[in-house]
Ligand binder design. Structure first.
Ligand SMILES: *[C@@H]1O[C@H](CO)[C@@H](O)[C@H](O)[C@H]1NC(C)=O
Ligand SMILES: *[C@@H]1O[C@H](CO)[C@@H](O)[C@H](O)[C@H]1NC(C)=O
Ligand SMILES: *[C@@H]1O[C@H](CO)[C@@H](O)[C@H](O)[C@H]1NC(C)=O
Ligand SMILES: *[C@@H]1O[C@H](CO)[C@@H](O)[C@H](O)[C@H]1NC(C)=O
Ligand SMILES: *[C@@H]1O[C@H](CO)[C@@H](O)[C@H](O)[C@H]1NC(C)=O
Length: 419
């Protein structure tokens, strides 16, 4: 009881951090960044930024942004903009107090799993004469961009500053493109052979493929998911029901992790046909997202492809819609509260967007949120130093920890307080 209250209070304190900022709203006040703002929305990076704490957004004015965007595909622009979101808080004062005058700071790009070595870091260097330079992290890169002015600071949650020119990381130019990708081949390679063969044999692959250009997100169960205990016998489904089940595993819009994290309303799937049927809801803990169907739930396990406006994720379980499988069978035991084995993306190694999470064994939940084993009782002191790291690695770890601490969804908290 006492510890429940303590957790509830801790969560309540953290709850104020939810949606503490809205980058779209912040930038809406400044027409000179309207293009940058528009691209943050189009690429859904705005959702990712809103779901995180302790960030610095390196804003580009309309001239610099149109130079960066050119005629590139949105997927490339997204990756380039990810380099402009630093996972640490730098206000103008801190920019001039960088230990040893130079640091490599983690960016959102480093968390995508596409960043070999340290290409997802930026070099921030306090130059002579009060100038602060920004550049790619690779040794010998030029610091071609410099701090221009402060735009908006919400200490220590988000700092928006303008820099003079885009930070160019040459390795990023070749982002994967969605439209020319072979979905079947990608799924097979990602360990989703059973799912891929069902898509092909049922013809649903064609529906998927024709949706790719308008925006599509696939949640592909891996091969283990089809062998798990308690999986319904899919061979007993009628063809029409099998088609519905497969369509239920895709969403007709580009919905990357950040958007899943911030989504509050039920998400329509390709199987949705009017009304609120065949929808999914989400549950978030730190960097981990769980999809909830009403019958079961499944962790989003890894990113196969994130090529705006097309994304493929693997999931640990088959998503069972209540329209086909009725209501919850036997509830699994609640997971034990997990200490701070934080799901932190390794800063130097390519890592999937989602790391193993305390929710991996979460029970099939009804639409009401249930309290999870949350790392809420982690020592606050650790987060303090996320604003003054000694190294880029410490910085990345601290940021990841802080993200774990604060990204607890509001409904979870209100449930806690009521219980
Ligand atoms: C920043 O986030 C904290 C929670 O982490 C919150 O309590 C605070 O109100 C936010 N600060 C501002 C100025 O919004
Ligand atoms: C952020 O602000 C924009 C513009 O005001 C709004 O359209 C959007 O819904 C807001 N996002 C959230 C998560 O509240
Ligand atoms: C940042 O870049 C400058 C110029 O290339 C370089 O001298 C400096 O060592 C770099 N800083 C770090 C921390 O790598
Ligand atoms: C896509 O990949 C699958 C499996 O590797 C292959 O059988 C099929 O021919 C490929 N389709 C195209 C259009 O290349
Ligand atoms: C934070 O870092 C400073 C030096 O950078 C150190 O003196 C202090 O003890 C650290 N605080 C914590 C809570 O680790």
């Amino acid at each position: 009881m006492g510890s429940v209250q303590l957790v509830a209070i801790t969560l309540a304190l953290l709850a104020t951090a939810i949606a503490a900022h809205n980058i779209t709203e912040i930038l809406n006040e400044f027409p000179e960044y309207s293009l940058f703002n528009s691209y943050l929305s189009q690429t859904k990076l705005a959702d990712e930024i809103n779901s995180r704490q302790t960030l610095t957004v390196l804003a580009l004015d309309n001239g610099a942004m149109s130079a960066l965007a050119g005629k590139k595909p949105l997927s490339v622009i997204k990756n380039e903009l990810e380099i402009h979101v630093v996972l640490d808080y730098f206000d103008p004062k801190k920019l001039h107090q960088i230990p040893d005058g130079s640091t490599l700071s983690t960016t959102l790009y480093q968390t995508t799993g596409n960043a070999p070595g340290n290409i997802g870091f930026v070099n921030i260097t306090d130059l002579q004469g009060g100038k602060v330079g920004f550049g790619a992290a690779a040794p010998g890169s030029k610091l071609d961009s410099s701090y221009t002015k402060a735009v908006k600071q919400i200490p220590y949650n988000i700092s928006v500053i303008q820099i003079s020119a885009p930070i160019i990381v040459p390795e990023i130019a070749n982002a994967p493109s969605g439209s020319d990708s072979n979905v079947t081949a990608l799924l097979e390679k990602a360990g989703c052979k059973t799912f891929a063969s069902l898509l092909v044999s049922s013809g649903v692959i064609k529906t998927y493929q024709s949706a790719v250009e308008k925006g599509l997100t696939i949640f592909a169960p891996n091969d283990e998911a089809f062998k798990a205990d308690g999986v319904p016998d899919l061979t007993k489904l009628t063809n029409a029901d099998l088609v519905s089940l497969l369509l239920y595993h895709a969403v007709p819009s580009y919905t990357p992790i950040g958007s899943l994290k911030t989504s509050k309303d039920p998400i329509s799937t390709l199987a949705t046909n009017g009304a609120a049927e065949y929808a999914l809801t989400t549950r978030t803990a730190g960097d981990s997202v769980t999809l909830v169907t009403g019958v079961d739930s499944s962790r989003v396990a890894s990113t196969v492809l994130d090529a705006t406006p097309f994304a493929i994720f693997t999931v640990d379980s088959i998503l069972l819609p209540s329209e086909l499988f009725g209501n919850s069978p036997s509830p699994a035991p609640a997971p034990a509260p997990e200490p701070v084995t934080a799901p932190s993306p390794a800063p130097l190694a390519p890592a999937p967007v989602e790391a193993p999470s305390p929710l991996a064994a979460s029970p099939p939940a009804p639409t009401t949120e249930t309290p999870e084993g949350s790392p809420a009782d982690a020592p606050e002191a650790q987060s303090e130093n996320s604003t003054s790291p000694n190294s880029a690695v410490a910085n990345a770890k601290a940021s990841a920890l802080l993200a774990v601490l604060v990204t607890v969804s509001a409904p979870v908290i209100s449930f806690y307080l009521l219980s």
